[in-house]
Write a protein that binds this ligand. Structure first.
Ligand code: AMP
Length: 307
């Protein structure tokens, strides 16, 4: 099984209580693909500028991620600057420069066409939709977005939501999108916009899974996975995308999408999100191994085991 992902490949300047890093490799598609690559084959669609060199390329190559869909063009790569000084659960954005993404026209390599899973990582919903329409035969489509697009590009985002099976979004964004502060009501309102499945992320408090085919009884189709209580959160950047990579990567590797598979996927998402926070940027994901992932999955089992 393989996942095709479209999203930002970026440089990030990040400030957290643990320190500051200038222009480290980041972007939603970068975190997602590194994380998902521990579970399944990953293919990326993005655009980068001439500041993206062999060193950055080797980060993808080391995880066998297919980068034939990353277009190289003249100009600067996407740049984002944010901080987490007051609240580790929510980034404060200081600067967003779309740069080469502003004129990006995604082209899907022929070799990507047999992907059964598609992930629309955080980027302009116009680009997400174009890729979705160019890959009509995929089995399962998931996506993510953020306040930047919810506030400024809502009509385009609503079109994307219609074509999604699964939306992953953080709780502030879910409330913003639904215009409703109650999580359950907001979840229902968001699912009415398109996605059958919804994952609402709560930062250090875990994530909640909603399945919309229920009869209104929240208990039946709601499931919550915790986050791992970490002694130090060095850098939460990319935790959401790493969660998505673990969640969707695990699902893509399953023979059948059973309710149990979704529950375990929520835990693998939490596992990957916890690793991403341990060091700045993608450092921890680059050093990670599958046995470490499976060992942490067992820690989560212990953390939530009742009897
Ligand atoms: P998260 O998993 O939500 O922490 O995502 C962090 C990543 O999102 C960073 O590496 C940024 O480069 C990227 N990012 C920030 N703002 C945007 C945006 N408006 N569109 C796409 N990607 C973004």
């Amino acid at each position: 099984m393989s996942i095709t992902v479209v999203g930002s490949v970026a440089y990030d300047t990040i400030e957290t209580p643990a320190g500051r890093r200038e222009r480290c490799l980041g972007g939603a598609a970068t975190y997602f693909s590194l994380s998902a690559s521990f579970f399944t084959d990953v293919r990326v669609i993005a655009v980068v500028g001439d500041d993206f060199g062999p060193e950055q390329q080797s980060v993808f190559a080391a995880r066998n991620i297919d980068t034939r869909g990353i277009e190289h063009t003249t100009g600067k790569s996407f740049f984002w600057e944010g901080s987490y000084l007051e609240n580790l659960n929510e980034a404060r954005t200081h600067n967003t420069e779309l740069n080469v993404f502003a004129s990006f026209d995604p082209k899907i390599p022929g070799a990507y066409r047999d992907s059964e899973f598609l992930f629309l990582a955080n980027i302009d919903p116009v680009l997400q939709r174009r890729v979705r329409e160019a890959m009509p035969d995929v089995k399962l489509v998931a996506g993510d977005t953020m306040n930047y697009w919810i506030n400024g590009h809502r009509p385009a985002l609503l079109e994307v939501l219609k074509g999604l099976d699964i939306l992953l979004i953080n709780d502030t964004e879910a409330r913003m999108l639904a215009g409703n502060n109650n999580l359950v009501q907001a979840a229902r309102a968001v699912m009415a916009l398109g996605p059958r499945f919804l994952v609402i992320k709560h930062g250090e408090y875990g994530a909640t899974f909603f399945h919309g085919s229920g009869k209104g009884k929240t208990g039946e189709h709601t499931f919550r996975a915790p986050a791992l209580p970490l002694e130090q959160v060095v850098d939460p950047t990319g935790a959401g995308d790493s969660f998505a990579g673990g969640f969707f990567g695990y699902l893509a590797a399953q023979p059948e999408l059973t309710p149990g598979a979704f529950r375990r996927a929520m835990f693998y998402g939490s596992v990957m999100g916890s690793f991403a926070c341990e060091r700045f940027g993608t450092d921890r994901l680059q050093q990670l191994s599958r046995p470490e992932i499976d060992a942490r999955f067992e820690v989560f089992r212990e953390l939530t085991h009742l009897d």
